[in-house]
Design a protein around this ligand. Structure first.
Ligand SMILES: [Zn+2]
Length: 217
């Protein structure tokens, strides 16, 4: 367990007179492999280079780019990372070679024993999350817009209608799964948050309540 997770920039989203203003959380996973998750908008090139430099990492050293889904605020700077394998939602590629990986059947993509990319569809039908066992902070889930921000746990309107969900039933199921397995969540548009015992217990209660089982599993 030699990995560290550094959120380079906290994502945000807010409604303004002109519509929604938003950018995604951008995260560096540093260890035997170097991985960047979600590359912000196309206007954020310098921010990303600076953010990585703060941790002594250059774009050339990145081994994997993972975009949790294909929206424009999550993929804007993928072409800074020319030595990396690119995982964009369910699509895995290097240059013009595409690798078949059966995310559709629930199969995780294993980067190594401590880092895997799991399918977590819902926000779009091909969202993924990165699960990392860290050196000293437990298990991190970097989820993109599976979680908009911490507040959407108490206020589902935020993920269902503000962020929008292509498949809310599936998204709810994947949110619960991530809350069960993770100690920390890096959401798509808010600061990282710790998964509390209460959050885990609430998921337990839902799963144990057979009346609700049909809706939640
Ligand atoms: Zn987003």
């Amino acid at each position: 367990m030699a990995y560290e997770v550094h959120v380079l920039y906290d994502g945000f989203s807010k409604m303004t007179e002109n519509g929604m203003e938003a950018n995604c959380s951008c995260t560096l996973i540093k260890g035997p492999k170097k991985i960047i998750v979600d590359t912000m908008t196309a206007w954020d090139k310098e921010l990303i280079i600076e953010g990585l430099a703060r941790h002594g990492v250059t774009c050339e050293e990145i081994d994997y780019v993972v975009c949790t889904h294909g929206h424009s605020d999550h993929i804007g700077n993928n072409n800074l990372f020319m030595n990396a394998k690119h995982i964009v939602g369910f699509s895995v590629s290097f240059k013009n070679t595409y690798f078949i990986h059966p995310f559709e059947t629930g199969e995780p993509y294993i980067i190594d024993e401590d880092v895997k990319v799991i399918p977590t569809p819902g926000h779009t039908l091909s969202d993924v999350s990165v699960i990392v066992k860290t050196k000293s902070d437990g298990i991190f889930a970097i989820t993109g817009d599976l979680f908009e921000r911490e507040e959407d746990i108490k206020d589902p309107h935020l993920w269902q209608h503000v962020a929008g969900s292509d498949e809310p039933g599936l998204q709810r199921q994947n949110r619960n799964r991530v809350l069960q397995l993770a100690d920390w969540v890096v959401p798509g548009h808010g600061p990282k948050f710790q998964v509390t015992q209460k959050m885990k217990q609430d998921v337990e209660d839902i799963l144990n309540n057979s009346d609700n089982q049909f809706h939640y599993i």
